[in-house]
Each structure stands twice: as C-alpha cells, then as structure tokens.
Design a protein around this ligand. Sequence first.
Ligand code: M6R
Length: 318
Amino acid sequence: QLIQKIAKMINQAQEIYFVGCGTTGVVSMCARYLFAKIAKKKVNFEYGSEFSHLEEILEPNSLVIGISQSGETIDTLEAIEMAKAKNCQTACITNVKNSTISRASDATILINAGIEKAVASTKATTSQLGILILLAFACIDKTMQAKQILHDASGKINDMLNPRYENILLKLAAKIKDSSDIYIIGKGINFPVAKEAAIKLQEISYIHAEAFAGGELKHGPLALIQKDTPVIVIASKDKNYHDILSNAIEIKSRGGLIIGISPESNEAFDIWLKVPKHDIDAAIINLIPIQLLSYFLGILKNNNPDKPRNLAKSVTVK
Ligand code: M6R
C-alpha cells in the first residue's frame, strides 16, 4: 500500500529527485535507469552532500525521495528538510522505523532487511534496489510483475551463495590482493553498479578502486591501465553488451587483467565470474560477486570486513 502511495506521489510530481549518500547515493543513481526502463519516466538523482545546489530550482510540485539505510545520514536529512522548506513533497526509503529521516518525510517505505550491523552495506543495498523495482512497476500498475522478478532474483542469489562459487571468488581475491588499483567499468545501470563495486572494494579491501562508465575510458582513464591492472567488466547481455566488450578488449590490449561479470563467457575475459541470466534485476544480481570478492579481499588482507578503519555505520555529523 505504501508502495502504491509513493508511486502515486511519483506519478503526480512534476520533478522527482532521488537522494542518498555513499552506497545509497549510488542506489539513488540506479533509480534513474530503472524508472526510465520500467516506467518510461525521468527521475533525477543527487548525492545528499551535493543537494544544496538545487535550492534555487526546487518547485512545490517536486518530490524528493531520500534513500538511507540508517535513516540518520545528515546530508540526506538536510536534503529532505530543504525540500520541505521549499514546500516539496517528501518521502524516504529506509531500514529503520522512526528514524530521523523517516520522521521528517511525508511518507516512508521500510525495506525490512533486518538490522544491518556491518559498516559496509550489502543486504540493505539489494533490498533498496528491490524497492525501486517495485516502485517503478507500481507507477505503471504492474506490481505483480515486479514481485515475480524479485522472487526470481532471490532464487538466483541463493544459487550463487554456495561454497563452489565462493571458492572461485576466494581464488580471485588471492590473485589480486596485492594490486595497488582495481578499476570497474559498466554501462547503463551497470555504471552505478560499478560505482557501488568501487565503494565496497575501498571500504573492505583498502585497495584503491575506481569506477568508470565504459564509454568514458578513451577520454582519460585508459591511460591508467598497465600490465596486469585488474579491471572488472560488468557485462550484462543487454543492448550495451557489445560496447562494454569492446571496452574490455581495449583494456586487454593494454595489458589489463579482465575480470568479466557476465552470464556468458567471452574470450575477452581472463577470468569469468558467471552470474545468472538477468534483465531488470541486473543491479541486484551483478552486485553479489562483488560483495563476496570484497569480503574475501578483506579477510585475506586481515582487515575486519565488518568494521573498516576510519568509517562509521552512519554519518550523523558534518
Ligand atoms: O545509512 P545510509 O544509507 O544513509 O548511509 C549512507 C552511507 O554512509 C553508506 O551507504 C556508506 O556508503 C556505506 N558504508 C557503504 O557500504
């Protein structure tokens, strides 16, 4: 019912802004791709910490939706408060009932992922992506279709979480653990997925990790590739498949070590991380091997994967 309520708010608003920080910032960015694909609707995204530049253009018929696992992140809260001050409608997607952001918002969707203790967000992230899929389908009155997609996605995740798959990722972690840099590329929704991969790798492995849109490589980042630089290529079998593969080939010809995340093997991949076939659920599915790889890198480097150095679970002060 809350999904329907917020879908209605989305359908009635003139401009829609999704806002979040860190991983939830990246989830907000995924909204842009999901709503365009599913509901043929343009939604905007902004990081909470950069939201204030919108102050001059927020109109009362705008809707601002904050995404926050904790519901306490100061920059996301301030975005919601600013939107309210400008008489916009507000909503949030959070994991914590009665959190500050929830209390500040006109409507709340609880993701019900269970308490998330580790600093690195994983289950809340996949659940938030699930809520976005539900919301986008609810905007076109096709909630049942979304439920089926999410039901199937949970089965696919279950299939991946097995000792054999984990062993493949553990071996890969052992191979790249001493790398100074890891790059991740994606196109379409796999671009924000690549950005989330970079956050997970940074937090847990402490290796410099950076994401690029595949098409941006030639505009600078390709200069970073040296012999054996690991590059994770997220290659869903969608309309971007051939473009991202040709990016992979460019990197490979400069000596990069190509780690392909894809349902299908390809000769461009030095290492293939097989994922189940996917479509709308691409972000949810493609994140699983990355979350596991980050975890194993952290373990092999004797880092505490639950409590990365210098980071807090929720950032409540500026
Ligand atoms: O609680 P929030 O979702 O608002 O937190 C936002 C970020 O601080 C958070 O996602 C952070 O980036 C995580 N540690 C990522 O794993």
